[in-house]
Write a protein that binds this ligand. Structure first.
Ligand SMILES: *[C@@H]1O[C@H](CO)[C@@H](O)[C@H](O)[C@H]1NC(C)=O
Ligand SMILES: *[C@@H]1O[C@H](CO)[C@@H](O)[C@H](O)[C@H]1NC(C)=O
Ligand SMILES: *[C@@H]1O[C@H](CO)[C@@H](O)[C@H](O)[C@H]1NC(C)=O
Ligand SMILES: *[C@@H]1O[C@H](CO)[C@@H](O)[C@H](O)[C@H]1NC(C)=O
Ligand SMILES: *[C@@H]1O[C@H](CO)[C@@H](O)[C@H](O)[C@H]1NC(C)=O
Length: 546
C-alpha cells in the first residue's frame, strides 16, 4: 500500500466497530441486531459499477484488496455499490461475458493490461462473478454494502430523456425491473451478510414520473426485495432525481414488513439559480427546502439516508465549497446517515471518453492517494455518530461546519477550534446566556470587536454576554459589546482562536462569505474524550492538563 496512506491524517487510530447483522430500523435510526440494537450510522462512499463496462471501476488501477483497505482507512464503513439492471436480467451478458471481453468491447486495452497487473484473477470472470467478488472482498474488510440499482443499460446516468428515468420508459419495464431486483436480492441472501441494504432505483425522473405509479411500483419493488431477502434494508427513493419525498406527508407508503424500510435522497449544491445571492439566505432556503421535501420524515420517526452528496474535490468550485459547509451543518444537526459521491478517481470509459478523470472522486486518477485530504478531514467530522451510540445525557456542542471542528478549551478561560470529540458542551439558557454544562460556573463573554472571547465566572447573568442566533442561516451567534457594538462569534484564521468580529453578510450578495462565523449548536451524546475538567481543584487554579 502507498506510503501516503500511512502518513495521512486519516490514520488516526480508527476503530473498526463490528456490528451484528442484519440491520433493521428503530424509529428514525438504523440499528444492529445485538440485544441492545445499537445505532449503526451509515457513512458510505459510492462505488460505481454501472457504467458502460458493468465492472466496478478502478480495478485496472489498484488491487481489489487495496481499494477495500483504502475505503476503511478513509473512515467509511460502507459502500453503495451501483449496478445496472441488465447485469441481473440479461444472462447472455452477465453470466457469459467476462470482464476482459467487456473491456475489449470498448477497446480498453490499457485497462485490460492494468487488470492483468492488479487483479488477474478477476479478469476472466463473468461480469456477475466479478461483481460478487467485489462484494465479498468488502465483506472480508468488514465494509457493509448497499446495492443500488442505478440504471438499466450500463452507462453514465442520468438525464430526463435517457429512457431509464421512470416506469414505462424505454429501458424501465417494471416487470423486468422486479425480476432484476429479485435476482440480485436472492443472490446475496444467506451468503453475504455484509449486504445490508438495497436501493430500489436511482433518481427516478423525467416526463413520465408521477406519484400514482410511484406508489404502485415502488411498493412492488420493495415487496419483491423483501420476499427474496428479508434481511436487507429496503431503501426507497423519491421523484425528481431523488430529491422529492414530500408526497409521503399526505399518503404513507405501506408495505407488509416492518423495521426494514428506509428512504433515500440526494443532495448536491447545484445552486446556479441562486447564484449571486447572499450565502446565509441560500443556505437557509436550501435547508428549509430539504426539510420540506424529505427531512420531515426524520421528525416523524422515519429513517432517511442521504445516499448521494458530493463536491468537486479539487476544492476550487466555490459553489460546491459553500454547499459543503451548509450540508455539514445539517448533517451534523440531524446526524444523518449518508453516502459520498464518489470513490472513483477515474472511469474505464464514461460517455465515450476513455480514462475520464472524476473530479468528485475522493481518490485520485490512479486510485492511489486521497485527492484532497483537507476535504476528507472535514467530512470525517460526520463519520462518527453524534447520537444514539454513547449513552450519555444529550448536550449541545458548538460545531463549526466549514472546518468540521468544534469549540474546545485552549486554556482555563480561552477557547479554540479542535476535534469534536473534545468539544465542550453548552447550554443556551432562556436568558440567552451560554454556559458550560460540566463547569456550570463558567459562561461565554465577548469583549471587543476582533478580540478573543473568554469564559468567565458566572456569578449572575450580568457577568455574561447575551447571545442569539442571527441571519437567514441561523448560524451566527451574536452579542452586543458594552459599547453597544453588535458582534458575532468567529474564528481567528491564524491560530484557530475563538474571537468576535463584526457580523458578516447579514445583507449583501454572494461576494460576501460568512462561513467562518457559522456555528451550529448540535445535539450530541458522544462521550467526551476528555482531559480532566479545568476547574477540578479550585475555581482559580491555573492547572491545565493540555
Ligand atoms: C435463505 O435461507 C432460508 C432459510 O434457510 C430459506 O428459506 C430461503 O429460501 C433462502 N433464500 C434464498 C434466496 O436462497
Ligand atoms: C456584490 O456587491 C458588491 C458591493 O456592493 C458589488 O461591488 C458587486 O458587484 C456585487 N456582486 C455581485 C455578484 O452581484
Ligand atoms: C483541497 O480543497 C481546498 C478547499 O476546500 C483547496 O483550498 C485546496 O487547494 C485543495 N487541495 C488540493 C490538493 O486540491
Ligand atoms: C498515475 O501514476 C503514475 C505512476 O505512478 C504516474 O506516472 C502518473 O503521473 C499518475 N497520474 C496521475 C494523473 O496522477
Ligand atoms: C472521535 O470519537 C469517535 C467515537 O468514539 C471515534 O470513532 C473517532 O475516531 C474519534 N475521532 C477523532 C478525530 O479522534
Amino acid at each position: 500500500m502507498e506510503k501516503f496512506f500511512f502518513i495521512s491524517v486519516f490514520l488516526l487510530p480508527y476503530v473498526i466497530t463490528t456490528f451484528a447483522f442484519p440491520l433493521s430500523t428503530d424509529s428514525r435510526w438504523i440499528v444492529d441486531d445485538g440485544n441492545k440494537g445499537r445505532r449503526v450510522k451509515l457513512t458510505c462512499v459510492n462505488w460505481p459499477s454501472h457504467l458502460e463496462t458493468a465492472v466496478a471501476e478502478g480495478l485496472s488501477k489498484q488491487s481489489l484488496d487495496s481499494i477495500a483497505e483504502k475505503i476503511v482507512s478513509m473512515g467509511f464503513n460502507c459502500v453503495r455499490l451501483t449496478w445496472p439492471l441488465y447485469l441481473a436480467t440479461d444472462e447472455s451478458f452477465s453470466d457469459i461475458m467476462t470482464v476482459r471481453q467487456s473491456l475489449r468491447k470498448f477497446r480498453l486495452l490499457e485497462a485490460v493490461s492494468g487488470f492483468q497487473t492488479h487483479n488477474p484473477t478477476i479478469l476472466d470472470l463473468p461480469l456477475i462473478k466479478a461483481f460478487q467478488e467485489v462484494v465479498s472482498c468488502l465483506g472480508k474488510h468488514r465494509v457493509m454494502v448497499i446495492l443500488d440499482n442505478h440504471i438499466s443499460q450500463p452507462g453514465w446516468c442520468c438525464s430526463d430523456n435517457d429512457g431509464n428515468g421512470f416506469f414505462g420508459d424505454k429501458h424501465l419495464n417494471p416487470q423486468v425491473w422486479i425480476k432484476g431486483l429479485k435476482k440480485m436480492a436472492s443472490m446475496f441472501a444467506n451468503v453475504s451478510s455484509n449486504v445490508v441494504g438495497m436501493c430500489l432505483r436511482n433518481e427516478l425522473r423525467g416526463p413520465k414520473q408521477n406519484i400514482k405509479d410511484w406508489y404502485t411500483y415502488m411498493r412492488k419493488g420493495a415487496e419483491a426485495v423483501h420476499s427474496m431477502n428479508p434481511d436487507v434494508l429496503v431503501i426507497v427513493s423519491g421523484l425528481n432525481y431523488a430529491t422529492d419525498l414530500s408526497f409521503l406527508r399526505d399518503r404513507p407508503f405501506e408495505v407488509s414488513f416492518r423495521r426494514k424500510l428506509v428512504f433515500e435522497i440526494h443532495w448536491y449544491g447545484f445552486w446556479n439559480s441562486l447564484e449571486g445571492d447572499n450565502l446565509n439566505k441560500i443556505c437557509g432556503k436550501e435547508t428549509e427546502k430539504m426539510m420540506k421535501m424529505s427531512g420531515f420524515l426524520l421528525e416523524k420517526g422515519v429513517p432517511l439516508f442521504v445516499s448521494e452528496f458530493g463536491i468537486d474535490q479539487r476544492g476550487n468550485n466555490a459553489n460546491d465549497n459553500k454547499f459543503l459547509s451548509c450540508f455539514m451543518a445539517l448533517a451534523a444537526d440531524l446526524d444523518l446517515d449518508w453516502s459520498l459521491w464518489t470513490l472513483a478517481g477515474s472511469y474505464y470509459i464514461r460517455e465515450k471518453t476513455i480514462g475520464t478523470d472524476e473530479t468528485y472522486g475522493v481518490l485520485d486518477w490512479n486510485w492511489s492517494s486521497i485527492r484532497n485530504s483537507t476535504i476528507l478531514q472535514m467530512i470525517s467530522a460526520i463519520q462518527s455518530p453524534f447520537q444514539g451510540l454513547m449513552e450519555t445525557q444529550p448536550k449541545k456542542i458548538m460545531f463549526h461546519p466549514s472546518t468540521g471542528l468544534c469549540i474546545v478549551r485552549k486554556s482555563l478561560f480561552q477557547l479554540k477550534l479542535g476535534s469534536c470529540n473534545r468539544s465542550e458542551s453548552w447550554k443556551l439558557s432562556s436568558h440567552r446566556v451560554l454556559s458550560l454544562t460540566e463547569e456550570k460556573i463558567l459562561c461565554l463573554k465577548a469583549y471587543e470587536d476582533g478580540k478573543s472571547v473568554k469564559l468567565r465566572l458566572f456569578f449572575s447573568d450580568s457577568y455574561c454576554s447575551k447571545w442569539k442566533l442571527l441571519s437567514d442561516s441561523k448560524m451566527q451567534l451574536s452579542s452586543i459589546t458594552k459599547n453597544g457594538v453588535s458582534i458575532c462569534l468567529d474564528v481567528d484564521s491564524n491560530n484557530n482562536n475563538i474571537v468576535t468580529n463584526s457580523c458578516k453578510c447579514l445583507l449583501g450578495n454572494s461576494s460576501c462569505d460568512p462561513r467562518s462565523q457559522w456555528f451550529k449548536l448540535v445535539t450530541s451524546t458522544r462521550r467526551r474524550s476528555k482531559p480532566k475538567p479545568f476547574l477540578q481543584i479550585s475555581p482559580y487554579s491555573k492547572t491545565s492538563t493540555f
